[in-house]
Design a protein around this ligand. Structure first.
Ligand SMILES: N=c1c2ncn([C@@H]3O[C@H](COP(=O)(O)OP(=O)(O)OP(=O)(O)O)[C@@H](O)[C@H]3O)c2ncn1[C@@H]1O[C@H](COP(=O)(O)O)[C@@H](O)[C@H]1O
Length: 109
């Protein structure tokens, strides 16, 4: 899985110097972070609708759109998918409930 993500991330870096007339990604970069975030929001909403409708084929398609636009957002912010994979790896084996409880303890200090 991470091979595909890393190849795509590499392409997204290359697109930072591409022509917006010939590249959708370069066009998104040229429009700026607010436009990228708007696309992330739209794709998130479309993903939710697909999940609610119980149409898994559509859900895969919309989630791919969402992941893709999220990767463009990360690239614009100077981050890579590996940064997110590292954070998920750090959380491995840590129950979400335990993590939430430790946050509540931290907040009480
Ligand atoms: N994975 C994707 C990918 N997924 C989705 N999209 C585009 O994201 C857009 C999704 O937006 P919508 O569904 O809202 O459709 P739309 O109405 O056409 O979009 P807008 O005009 O509203 O922006 C479509 O234009 C899709 O083609 C993608 N565009 C590019 N990639 C990857 O990025 C690479 C570089 O792309 P270019 O920079 O265009 O060469 C490609 O080789 C692919 O690997």
């Amino acid at each position: 899985m991470s091979d595909t993500l890393n190849r795509l991330a590499e392409l997204l870096e290359q697109r930072k110097s591409a022509d917006p007339q010939t590249s959708y990604v370069a066009k998104l970069y040229a429009k700026g972070m607010d436009s990228i975030l708007k696309k992330v929001g739209e794709e998130a909403a479309e993903t939710i609708i697909a999940a609610k409708n119980g149409d898994n084929e559509h859900l895969i398609y919309e989630t791919a759109d969402l992941w893709f636009h999220t990767l463009v957002m990360l690239a614009q912010a100077g981050l890579k998918p590996q940064d997110i994979l590292d954070e998920l790896a750090r959380r491995e084996g840590l129950s979400g409930l335990e993590e939430k409880a430790s946050r509540a303890e931290e907040g009480a200090k």
